[in-house]
Design a protein around this ligand. Structure first.
Ligand code: PFF
Length: 457
């Protein structure tokens, strides 16, 4: 296998440095999901108990699935569509899983970049300082969301950055920028966390909110959200890790690297939680503000702390979004490079451009989905978010898991895992039985079909 894969490596991009894969994959995993979504859903579902369930989900669902995707990618040396063809057979229906991933990447990036654009817009708002009454500051977010032109402009800028990085390729684009952005992100977050812990009066309250479990606050809905979030935050279910795994060197241990990436992703989410909730409790605000926690609630608090805290915060958010955005684009681009023999530059420009254009639907908040599929008068933004997070990703994850556990050859699996010992048997068991059941539950919950849940009339 070693010689065989070395031949493939000659023609295929590969992470260069020792840390190349780790930085790029944590870059993909750490994103708006960690800094925007994790704190707000933790707030909504009551804190500590939710965090414990979330950690269990990362361990039981996220980590095994991440290993599965990396094993598929590195074995096949291919984009998600090609990977399922290569490891099963050409024309195999399993390639639909790969297709689902490519389409999910396209759709997610089209709205992800709108939120990323808001993060960048807020760097400048923070620079000029948040001022006025709380209503006025909160109102700024409504204005931004509803001003189609500004949202679209920032979305365009973000897409331009993603295209500029991905066009540079694996080493000179994605890896090089991850090397700069990830350590910067970590240092900024570390500083903000220390500020929250030691320079505000909210540090202790934040720690006990996040780490003291009160199981009476935990609902079945909370458990399922923790499960769903565990694999969104690790960039699973849409082939991103298949793609990044395909550029991984043969001598890296998939077990160790997957543990490192999952650990760092969780660490960053918790650090962001501490930094944010310390501020929230310092000013006696409620932690359950929902999606507006970052763009509406925090700026009101930032008016007190000043730009020294708010500017780094939104830079952090933008960096996190950027390293995830490039991985979403890379999934789509790699399909056209591998399967259609396009040049990287052509694939990046055409597909990046198409996503940018399509993203207009999400950037223009007043445009609504013409049919009421997911409730009343849904905007495209919410529609694509729900469609991908609740349906497409869990389905992609479930199929990937079923494929590796029941269809992929033992020889291929062991070849990538590196041994056939006890740990391998545990992984195989979890991928065969535990992870698919958990993912099936997320999917059924998304479809409002779980018998023990109350979905209302
Ligand atoms: N993991 C990213 C986040 O937490 O924001 C989101 C994401 C990126 C999902 C890339 C899927 C993906 F392929």
């Amino acid at each position: 296998m070693a010689n065989e894969s070395n031949d493939v490596y000659k023609t295929r991009g590969q992470w260069a440095g020792h840390l190349g894969f780790i930085l790029a994959a944590t870059g993909s995993a750490i994103g708006l999901g960690n800094i925007w979504k994790f704190p707000y859903i933790t707030g909504v579902y009551g804190g500590g108990a939710f965090v414990i369930v979330y950690l269990a989900c990362v361990l039981l669902v996220g980590l095994p699935l991440m290993m599965a995707e990396l094993m598929i990618g590195r074995r096949a040396q291919c984009n998600p569509v090609g990977a399922f063809q290569k490891l099963h057979r050409k024309g195999s229906l399993w390639q639909l899983t790969g297709w689902l991933g490519v389409v999910s990447g396209f759709l997610i990036l089209s709205y992800y970049s709108v939120v990323a654009g808001w993060s960048m817009a807020y760097i400048f708002k923070a620079l000029s300082g948040f001022s006025g009454s709380a209503e006025q500051i909160v109102g700024q977010f409504d204005i931004l969301q509803n001003s189609a032109g500004t949202s679209f402009l920032w979305h365009s800028f973000f897409m331009l950055l993603c295209i500029g990085i991905v066009i540079g390729g694996i080493q000179k684009g994605i890896e090089r920028w991850s090397r700069i952005l990830m350590p910067s992100l970590f240092l900024i977050l570390l500083a903000l966390m220390f500020y929250g812990l030691f320079a505000t009066d909210g540090g202790t309250a934040a720690l006990s909110f996040l780490f003291k479990p009160d199981f009476s606050k935990l609902s079945a809905e909370g458990v399922l959200s923790a499960l769903g979030h565990a694999f969104f935050t690790l960039s699973l279910g849409m082939g991103a890790m298949i793609t990044y795994g395909s550029y991984m060197k043969k001598d890296r241990s998939i077990l160790k690297d997957a543990i490192t990436v999952s650990f760092l992703d969780t660490l960053i989410a918790l650090m962001a939680g501490i930094a944010i909730f310390a501020l929230v409790f310092q000013y006696g605000t409620e932690p359950n503000a929902g999606p507006g926690l970052i763009f509406a609630t925090l700026p009101v608090l930032f008016a007190e702390t000043g730009p020294w805290i708010s500017v780094p915060f939104f830079i952090l958010l933008s960096f996190a979004a950027l390293t995830s955005g490039i991985s979403l684009l890379e999934v789509v681009v790699s399909y056209f490079i591998d399967q259609r023999n396009w040049k990287r530059s052509t694939a990046t420009l055409v597909l990046g451009g198409a996503i940018w254009f399509f993203g207009m639907l999400s950037a223009v908040a007043v445009w609504k989905v013409p049919v009421n599929i997911l409730g009343e008068n849904q905007g495209f933004f919410a529609f694509f978010d729900v469609l991908t997070t609740n349906y497409m990703l869990p389905l992609g994850g479930l199929l990937t898991c079923l494929f590796i556990a029941w269809r992929m050859k033992d020889k291929d699996r062991i070849g990538e895992f590196g041994s056939s010992g006890k740990l391998y048997s545990v992984l195989k068991f979890v991928l065969r039985f535990i992870t698919p059941i958990a993912l099936l539950m997320v999917l059924l919950h998304g479809l409002e079909l779980l018998p023990f849940m109350d979905y209302g009339p």
